[in-house]
Write a protein that binds this ligand. Structure first.
Ligand SMILES: Cc1cc2nc3c(=O)[nH]c(=O)nc-3n(C[C@H](O)[C@H](O)[C@H](O)COP(=O)(O)OP(=O)(O)OC[C@H]3O[C@@H](n4cnc5c(N)ncnc54)[C@H](O)[C@@H]3O)c2cc1C
Length: 452
């Protein structure tokens, strides 16, 4: 395919030759895998000019964020520098946030970047494309609930997860050093939304808060002063799991001392806690909002592309957007209901991974003038990690298409394997094996919770 758009690129953004320009916006679970694999193939053979537009400087796989929030993971050990990844895998990294699109001129508009002191890092600019893949993920959906923006913390980015962890450790330090006794609610955490994120966070927090206190904060009595409440509007937690596993998870959390509140709808988040629809108030110093996701605001009106009410781009089975053949979307920001299904493909890392693998094969076909095949999502099941206590979930398609309920060590291995697949797509199996061994060795000599 030849370039289709005349554009007015600045020298810094202009490709050096007349190759087909593939631009991926968003270097997350799906986008970074795609751009890395395209760079390794089409980029390396100089068959296309591959670029990644990304508003962050480093990548951290999003399903790890609850571990960052709980303080059981050191971000620096798992984050990846986009600039280095681009250099190693033959794609260009364009640092910036997509704020608009010009479909007629095939341009993506990027906002200017300023540093903490207001100095310009990169100016407002535009990047030209021939094939565009939008993979900008999702943000937490507060469903218009008052007080969420002001008083709750969402787990959309590593910065938010680290901010939560700092506030948690600070709350423990204050409780330990203040003259008066620990007041009710002072070390309480309310987690709103008992999907995988909220449930995993509650179990992980139970362990790490006790870990922090065990480092000598002996004025705090973990069993009396620390309380974690998981609040869910539906009548059971982890609704994507079968009822039996959902009940088993509730039981396990109960044994840990996590209070699980189902059929409880939050009507307001306040500075000092959470108001429920029935009039009850749950006092809590920290509130985490994990009650669902929607597409980022920019997708609402992106030069006429079709978006649903949750600001996700509506795509066809080829993952092309409904109104533009040159623009694809994948992962959390894409909306697709497959043939013979009633529900859309869920916003999960395994969906983003499968769609990235699909487009890695289909984009070269498109360049060769071949038709694009339809994407088919395979649900391999859902696993929920309850920290070191257990992992619980389903594996699909093992026995004549039926689901298999799994728990314990095997489930834990399977849970970790999704991250290993992501890392392997980014670095190859050799480096992943070395990294895994190195992390296992250093874990023995470091605290298992983050204390700063
Ligand atoms: C705590 C937690 C636990 C989870 N656990 C699981 C799990 O166990 N299993 C599972 O399958 N899924 C899990 N998920 C869901 C999973 O993380 C997402 O489905 C997955 O990350 C989606 O991948 P993506 O590529 O669509 O988007 P993301 O991975 O979110 O990546 C989007 C990227 O786009 C960038 N971006 C955003 N806006 C712009 C813009 N305007 N311009 C430029 N760049 C932009 C972001 O910085 C980011 O790098 C979990 C999520 C969370 C928060």
């Amino acid at each position: 395919m030849t370039r289709t758009a005349a554009d007015n690129l600045t020298p810094a953004t202009a490709p050096s030759h007349n190759l087909h320009r593939i631009v991926v916006v968003g270097g997350g679970a799906g986008g970074l895998e795609l751009v890395t694999r395209l760079g390794d193939t089409l980029g390396r053979r100089s068959r296309a000019d591959i670029a990644l537009i990304e508003k962050a400087r480093t990548h951290l796989w999003k399903p790890l964020l609850h571990e960052v929030a709980a303080g059981s993971m050191d971000v620096s050990r798992h984050e990846l520098d986009y600039l280095a990844q681009a250099y190693w895998h033959r794609f260009r990294y364009r640092f910036g946030e997509m704020i608009g699109l010009d479909r007629a001129r095939h341009l993506v508009h990027l906002a200017a970047n300023l540093d903490d002191e207001g100095r310009l890092i990169t100016p407002e600019r535009s990047v030209g494309y021939d094939t565009l893949v939008i993979a900008i993920g999702s943000v937490s959906n507060d469903f218009g609930t008052p007080g969420v923006k002001e008083y709750a913390i969402c787990l959309d980015t590593p910065d938010q997860a680290q901010r939560f962890n700092r506030r948690l450790v600070n709350a423990c330090l204050l409780a330990h050093t203040q003259a008066e006794a620990v007041r009710p609610g002072q070390l309480h955490v309310a987690i709103i939304g008992a999907g995988a994120t909220g449930t995993e966070l509650s179990a992980e927090l139970h362990r790490t808060v006790r870990g922090v206190v065990a480092f000598g904060l002996d004025k705090i009595d973990p069993d009396k002063d620390i309380k974690i409440t998981l609040v869910e509007a539906a009548d059971r937690i982890v609704p994507m799991l079968p009822a039996r596993l959902s009940h088993a998870t509730t039981r396990l959390l109960g044994e840990l001392g996590v209070e699980v509140r189902t059929s409880a709808r939050v009507t307001e988040v306040r500075r000092d806690g959470v108001q429920l629809a029935g009039g009850e108030f749950i006092p809590s110093e920290l509130v985490v909002w994990a009650a669902g996701v929607r597409g980022p605001e920019v997708l609402k009106s992106l030069d006429g592309l079709e978006a649903n009410s949750a600001s996700q781009l509506v795509v066809r089975p080829t993952l092309q957007t409904t109104r533009d053949d040159d623009i694809f979307a994948l992962g959390d920001c894409a909306y697709l209901v497959q043939e013979n299904e009633t529900r859309p493909i869920p916003p999960r890392a395994q969906a983003a991974h499968q769609q990235a693998s699909f487009l890695r094969r289909q984009i070269p076909r498109r360049l060769n003038g071949q038709p694009i095949e339809p994407f088919r999502y395979r649900d391999f099941g859902s696993l929920v990690s309850l920290g070191e206590f257990s992992t619980i979930g389903t594996l699909m398609g093992f026995i004549a298409g039926k689901g298999l309920l799994i728990e314990g060590y095997f489930a834990r291995l399977m849970y970790r394997s999704l991250y290993k697949m992501h890392e392997t797509a980014l670095h190859g199996p050799f480096k992943v094996t070395l990294d895994t061994i190195a992390r296992a060795m250093t874990r023995r000599t470091e605290p298992h919770v983050k204390l700063h």
